[in-house]
Design a protein around this ligand. Structure first.
Ligand SMILES: [Zn+2]
Length: 386
């Protein structure tokens, strides 16, 4: 087990101490990073996402020329609500070679290493730049990074590679699924439950839609994964929440379903909503014979594009060399990588810590993982200086 630097430890402790759960503002953390960079003579730019509350940060180390590498990390974390932690989630705690704290793996560990390496980057004589791109609102649908990428496309000398430091145990990942989330609303008609024929039961209509979602999920599972790279090896369809009804003896007027699909790259993403729309169409005539005011609507709430493998891309070649590995992996969680790729940037995912620990109580990153990430960054500096 290698040990990481004191600078990485201290920076991670600072980053973890800001409660940047996605529902909160992140400007205190952004100001902290700005100050840190400014002390090293690096100016940074805030790209606002929600004025006065949330911002992304972009900084360049080295010459403002093309061919650089973007180190991308998100600053927000998932909530700790209802989770049982052995220590305060916002105070970094070291036990047995592990650093515990919310965001230690996902993904303040990577951000801490990138910042700790800044003095090294500065003295490396970089011929091509290293860009730091830190985003907000990743955990609620990769929302914050979108204006950041638009800004980069307009004003940054074109980088050759983007490395997303999500926790992959420092393996190079070149593919992830596409996530689409949906909100379906059924509007029925209220009635006394003695007179079910005078109402339209929104919950029971929703039940028909749920059955169709179940069939869809089973069909997708059957179809499998032609690439053979994903775990689980199929497109998943899942209902997260359902809400409807007022009381046992009232025919419910309203029911809402929040659901999602995670598609294998290359899957037809229109098929899922089309099948639910067709099912809805088949239910409407019976509803409308009772009341024309009833209906079913579905809207897509979040779209996170998948990361498609781009074999031998400059990002893949670079990350494989820096991590001293020769194989790439695929993951089923989404990242900002798909959005960078959509904007034309060669992109891979590689970061310290394991996704196994992300989003859970007692989230931790191993000190050894941070040390490996530091070594990766030192090789990056050498590569950008040559
Ligand atoms: Zn993350």
């Amino acid at each position: 087990m290698a040990d990481c630097s004191l600078a990485t430890r201290e920076l991670l402790a600072q980053l973890v101490s800001f409660d940047t759960t996605s529902r909160n503002a992140n400007l205190d953390l952004i100001a902290f990073i700005e100050d840190y960079l400014a002390r090293h003579g690096i100016s940074s730019l805030r790209v606002e996402h929600e004025p006065g509350r949330k911002a992304n940060l972009l900084a360049t180390i080295g010459p403002a020329v093309e061919g650089g590498t973007v180190l991308s990390g998100h600053t927000d974390v998932v909530p700790v609500d209802g989770q049982d932690w052995a220590s305060d989630p916002f105070v970094l705690d070291e036990r047995d070679g592990r650093l515990y704290g919310r965001g230690s793996a996902d993904m303040k560990g990577f951000v801490a290493v990138a910042l700790a390496m800044v003095p090294h980057f500065l003295e490396s004589g970089l011929k091509r730049p290293i860009h730091l791109a830190f985003s907000c609102d990743e955990e609620i649908g990769c929302l914050g990074v979108r204006p950041l990428i638009r800004h980069m496309a307009k004003s940054l000398p074109r980088p050759a590679a983007v490395i997303i430091g999500e926790p992959t145990s420092m393996r190079v990942v070149n593919a992830h699924k596409t996530i689409h989330t949906y909100h379906t609303e059924v509007t029925g008609l209220e009635a006394h439950s003695a007179n079910t024929h005078l109402g339209v039961n929104a919950v029971m209509v929703a039940g028909e839609l749920l059955a169709e979602i179940n069939r869809l999920a089973a069909d997708m599972r059957e179809r499998g994964d032609a690439t053979g790279r994903f775990d689980p090896p199929f497109t998943t369809v899942h209902v997260g929440t359902i809400a409807g009804g007022t009381a046992k003896n009232i025919v419910p007027r309203h029911c809402a379903i929040a659901w999602e699909a995670r598609f294998i790259p290359g899957a037809d993403t229109d098929e899922v909503p089309a099948r639910i729309a067709a099912k809805a169409q088949s239910l409407l005539p019976a509803m409308h014979t009772v009341s024309a005011e009833t209906g079913i609507s579905t809207r897509r709430t979040v779209e996170v594009p998948g990361l498609a493998p781009d074999d031998d891309s400059p990002a893949e070649t670079l990350a494989l060399a820096l991590s001293q590995s020769n194989g790439t992996g695929a993951v089923s969680y989404a990242t900002e990588g798909g959005l960078f790729q959509q904007a034309g940037y060669p992109t891979v995912i590689c970061g310290p810590g394991s996704i196994e620990q992300a989003h859970k109580p007692d989230e931790f990153v191993e000190v050894d993982q941070l040390a490996r990430c530091e070594a990766f960054m030192r090789r990056l500096a050498r590569s950008m200086a040559s």
